[in-house]
Design a protein around this ligand. Structure first.
Ligand SMILES: NCc1[nH]cc(CCC(=O)O)c1CC(=O)O
Length: 307
């Protein structure tokens, strides 16, 4: 049978969807890739925090699932909103790769320690983390897909670009990496480095099970459950500077989550562990602790700032 795959049309999205198609073909399925434009692709002149975070990269793909035009939608797990409609289901998370953020520059001698450097990023989390850990650096808006951002870097709109290693690796830009930011400090966004596969809840159960077997990486799935429960409990979506990274070792799940103010001054982090079976409640518990220990005030000041 032919599985129709909904995807954004960016090069990164197509790479990720081809990867999914390849795994499905190995499991005996035929595949057809159906690229589409999303609001997030169309609106390039405003930061994501300003267009709103609710599914700007996913909604059009989800509508195609709901209309039955495609069987699966392929997303960067990071771009999937923390709660999805009941008619849809997150079926699989592909094995996660290196989760770190990295700094890219055409200048081989680029150093983060230099004064007056300008770093391109469109993420509120990265801006806030840079303000906290590299206060002498300036940040500049860098919206658009990876190719657009690299073009802006090449044009000299900033000295370096901060990106997820996962996308840099998938696009073959590793030769431009000058720094790997430690994930203990620049804790990544929920889901960074994994690919999420979504389907309509009403898709045939036996087909769902076969697709899940072909695609899902159970350890990654467990980590993402905890991170997504954290994000959901934080009530802030992807436009607030929250971060969460779960790791699984010998059945023990560890979740490092937190929230940082836009200025980088206020910082609340929490690390807890639990059994893998309790992934969801671990995410809720870490978020509750962050909110109780000052996170609520940070969220309120971010909302006030946005107006
Ligand atoms: N928000 C855009 C986005 N969504 C997923 C990735 C990278 C790939 C990944 O994290 O899986 C990126 C680019 C970036 O943050 O540098």
């Amino acid at each position: 049978m032919t599985i129709r795959l909904a995807t954004r049309a960016s090069r990164l999205a197509l790479w990720q969807t081809e990867h999914v198609a390849h795994l499905l073909q190995k499991a005996g399925f035929e595949t057809e890739i159906v690229p589409m434009q999303t609001t997030g692709d169309a609106v390039q002149d405003r930061s994501l925090a300003k267009i709103g975070s609710k599914g700007v990269f996913t909604e059009e793909l989800e509508n195609s699932l709901l209309r039955g035009e495609t069987h699966l939608a392929v997303h960067s797990a990071k771009d999937v909103q923390s709660s999805i409609p009941r008619e849809l289901e997150l079926l699989a998370f592909l094995e996660r790769e290196q989760v770190n953020d990295v700094v890219l520059s055409f200048d081989e001698n680029f150093s983060l320690d230099k004064h007056g450097i300008v770093l391109g990023t469109s993420s509120t989390r990265r801006k806030a983390q840079l303000r906290r850990f590299y206060p002498h650096a300036e940040t500049a808006e860098a919206r658009g897909n990876l190719q657009t951002r690299l073009r802006k870097l090449e044009e000299g709109q900033f000295d370096a670009l901060v990106l997820a290693y996962a996308g840099v690796h998938r696009m073959g830009y590793e030769h431009l990496v000058r720094h790997t930011l430690p994930a203990t400090q620049f804790v990544p966004a929920t889901g960074q480095g994994s690919i999420a596969v979504e389907c309509a809840a009403e898709l045939d159960n036996e087909l769902k099970a076969r697709l899940k077997t072909a695609l899902d990486h159970p350890a990654t799935h467990t980590c993402l459950l905890a991170e997504r429960a954290f994000l959901h409990t934080m009530e802030g979506g992807c436009s607030i500077p929250s971060f969460a990274l779960a790791t699984l070792h010998n059945g023990t799940l560890r979740l490092h989550g937190g929230l940082i103010s836009l200025s980088g001054e206020e910082y609340v982090e929490e690390i807890q562990t639990a059994q893998a079976a309790d992934a969801y409640s671990l995410g809720v518990s870490v978020a509750d602790a962050v909110l109780a220990r000052g996170g609520r005030e940070i969220l309120a000041s971010i909302r006030e700032h946005r107006g």
